[in-house]
Design a protein around this ligand. Sequence first.
Ligand code: 6GU
Length: 229
Amino acid sequence: MRVDIVTIFPEFFSVLDLSLLGKARQSGLIEVTAHDLRDATHDRHRTVDDTPYGGGAGMVMKPEPWGEAIDGIVGDGASDALLVVPSPAGEPFTQQIARELAAEQHLVFACGRYEGIDQRVVDHYATRMRVRLISLGDYVLNGGEVAVMAMIEAAGRLVPGVVGNPESLVEESHEDGLLEYPSYTKPASWRGLDVPPVLLSGNHGAIAAWRHEQQIERTRRVRPELLGE
Ligand code: 6GU
C-alpha cells in the first residue's frame, strides 16, 4: 500500500517510523510519504491561506497549492488513488471504513488547517478520482493531522502481514460489532483483586460463554446504540 500525506506539518508524521507501522514501512508493506504543502507555493511567504469570501472568522486554505501538490502525487489526469480529506463535516470514521481504506492500493490524505480547504479542491478532484470526507468524531480538532494519524494506524494494522498474528485482529472491540471482553494475566491475585475463576477453569466452552456475556454487558452499559437499544 502507498500512502501520501499533504500537510503543512510533515514532521508530525515522523512518529510513523515507530512501532508496528514502522516495521511495516521497513518491510515495504506500507510506503508512507509526508509532503509539505508549502513546497507547492511560489511567493516569498509560502502562503497557504487567505480570508474567506463572504466574510467570517478564520482563514481558508487557498486552492492553488493543493492543486499543485496533489497533481504532483497523482498526475494531472484520472487516478485510481483514493483522496481522503479529514473533516469534521465528513462521514464518521469506523472500523468498517478502516477495512475499506486497508484494501486500497494508494491513499492520499489532504490535511486541512484553519477553517478548511477551498471547496473547489474537493469538487475538482471528485471529477478525476474517488474522494471521501471522513471525520474522526463529533468534536473539533485544529487540523486534520491527528485524524489522519488515527486513520493510518487503524487501516495500516489491517493490511495483511502488518499484524504478526492475524487472530489477534478478530477478537477486538468493533470487529464483531461489540466492545471487547476484559483481559487478565498473571498474577491470579493482585492488590486483593482476583482474576475471574472461570478463566482459570480450563473449560474453554465456559470461558467463551463468559467472554461473550462480558461483551454484551459492557456494550449495553456504555454503547447501547451498538445493540440497537
Ligand atoms: Cl477529520 N478534522 C478536524 N479538523 N477536526 C475534526 C475531525 C477531522 N474529526 C473530528 N474533528
